[in-house]
Design a protein around this ligand. Sequence first.
Ligand code: F0G
Length: 350
Amino acid sequence: MRWQGVIHKYRHFLPFTEDMRVISLNEGDTPLIPANRLAEILAPNSGLKLFLKYEGLNPTGSFKDRGMTAAITQAAHEGSKTVICASTGNTAASAAAYAARAGLRCLVLVPEGKIALGKLAASLAYGAEVISIEGSFDDALDMVREIVERQPIALVNSINPWRLEGQKTGAFEIVDQLEGNAPDWHCLPVGNAGNITAYWMGYKQYGKGLPQILGGQAAGSAPIVLGKAVEKPETIATAIRIGNPARWRQALEALDESGGIITAVSDEKILESWRLLARIEGVFVEPASATGLAALKQQIEQGEIDPRGKTAVCILTGHGLKDPGTAVNQASPPINLPAEIGALEAYLES
Ligand code: F0G
């Protein structure tokens, strides 16, 4: 069988040696879906070429698997027996899965009551020890940073450089899928700012052109946009409910070097884009994942981006089934009918 997964696929661009035991779930190789109907809504008759990088199709349903294969491969190689992370949910699920595969103990710290059901379910199913913290993601991150100073535990948050190594393969893949070209705009949600940092590293290393980076933060959790930490971050997009991103400085570098921008989008705008993705293109994501598209839409509407003839890629970071609660709450309830054909016909004609 041909080896799969991002470490095998892009080994020449990664600092792994041939003899290392690779912990992989065949992550990566996610589709780049053309979104022509959506492009017409965002910028009619402009020739905008819009693509959706559907990272929710990774093995645990989010983009985190690219970086996690690298972080867990390295942790196992170094002989770690236990890994830990703070998480809004997706990192937790990914760490739990890869740790299970490597035979490592996995602890995940999550903000109490603020983790979407699919992420909690998966983390528990993979056998992680899920610890709910009476505080925010930022509090949990402070705790895990400190515990690894005191205990022989490997930290697998994106402050771990190996996470970025794996994650940057997303940029290689986009360039490959666009037949050797980088897009003009690369749009993505920004939370702890690991993904934006990794993509920029990847585009630079691949050497086949550079996009401008457009980051979106939820308006209630927009420290980078505001230029100061947010004490009590809030947003319906719980994945990016982060007030003090660990990779803040690198995110600013990516924006600066690429001539990019970061913008705040309201929860209403995030949900609007979330709905458009599902209803116009048939792509179901979790709310945070629509933030890159919401940012692009807003910038075009405000005249900040000229879409004419441009290529834009939106990173859809997590699958819609991660957050079934929000999906159900945002929709009208199902229609109840008696099990009779007449009732169905009457409904159709109503
Ligand atoms: N989208 C989703 C679905 C996420 O889960 C995250 C981050 C982001 C975007 C933002 O990426 O942090 O690299 O800027 N989730 C982390 C977690 C914080 O714990 O799962 P980032």
